[in-house]
Design a binder for this molecule. Structure first.
Ligand SMILES: [Fe+2]
Length: 221
């Protein structure tokens, strides 16, 4: 039995930051987020996967059938280095703090049940309208090409899909609908921050997440 404490979830107090201009907005890439990222990873590997939306509420949902899409929530709000980084991010993007600041830690857990269907599909390009997305990649041994893809919608059908957001009904979208525009690498313990109104989706391009769970920490501002 492993034993963890809140110190295991401390963030570093200084970071390597790159600012990347992208189609009129800015993307932040922040390196070395956690002090003990392997400890966080070990913790996440021990957690069961719990669906983060009620599957029963949507009978068409394939969550738990074709894939597992879960979320593990932890209260790390008292970690001041964490709040400090989020403070800096919000300041950089001129966002207002809401009453939920600092947010709870939300760790997304994703795992394929059925095989990756092949090269001509993308996993759920979507938008998180009006929100700033912060994603931290927490798999030390999945390679760096399993990050986040930023897409351009190719046609009206794609715009329709982005509006309707039926990600758990049919997660694999035909590659004629979207153009891959920028791939964000999944460097272990790095965070990326971007405008959630940019169409994006996790990069699932083979069966590696049938063998291991894909962990990302996600915060929205
Ligand atoms: Fe998203």
């Amino acid at each position: 039995m492993s034993f963890y404490s809140i110190e295991d979830f401390e963030y570093n107090s200084s970071w390597g930051v790159a600012i990347i201009p992208y189609r009129g907005s800015l993307i932040l890439h922040i390196d070395e987020v956690y002090k003990k990222p392997l400890k966080v990873y070990e913790y996440l590997k021990e957690c069961p996967i719990r669906a983060h939306r009620l599957c029963e509420a949507d009978p068409k949902s394939l969550n738990g059938k074709m894939f597992y899409d879960g979320q593990h929530i932890l209260d790390n709000r008292t970690i001041t280095t964490r709040s400090h980084l989020f403070d800096k991010i919000i300041e950089f993007f001129c966002k207002e703090k809401d009453e939920n600041f600092p947010p709870l830690s939300r760790f997304n857990q994703f795992r394929l049940i059925e095989d990756y269907p092949g090269n001509d599909v993308f996993y759920t390009p979507h938008v998180d309208g009006g929100m700033l997305n912060c994603l931290t990649y927490l798999n030390p041994n999945c390679g760096s090409d399993a990050g986040t893809m930023l897409y351009l919608p190719a046609n009206d059908d794609a715009e329709q899909i982005l509006e309707n957001q039926s990600e758990h009904e049919q997660p694999w979208k035909d590659d004629s609908l979207f153009v891959e525009d920028l791939a964000i690498i999944s460097k272990f313990n790095s965070m990326v921050v971007f405008d959630g109104s940019i169409p994006h989706g996790q990069i699932i391009n083979d069966n590696r997440f049938k063998e291991q769970t894909r962990f990302t920490e996600v915060s929205f501002f």
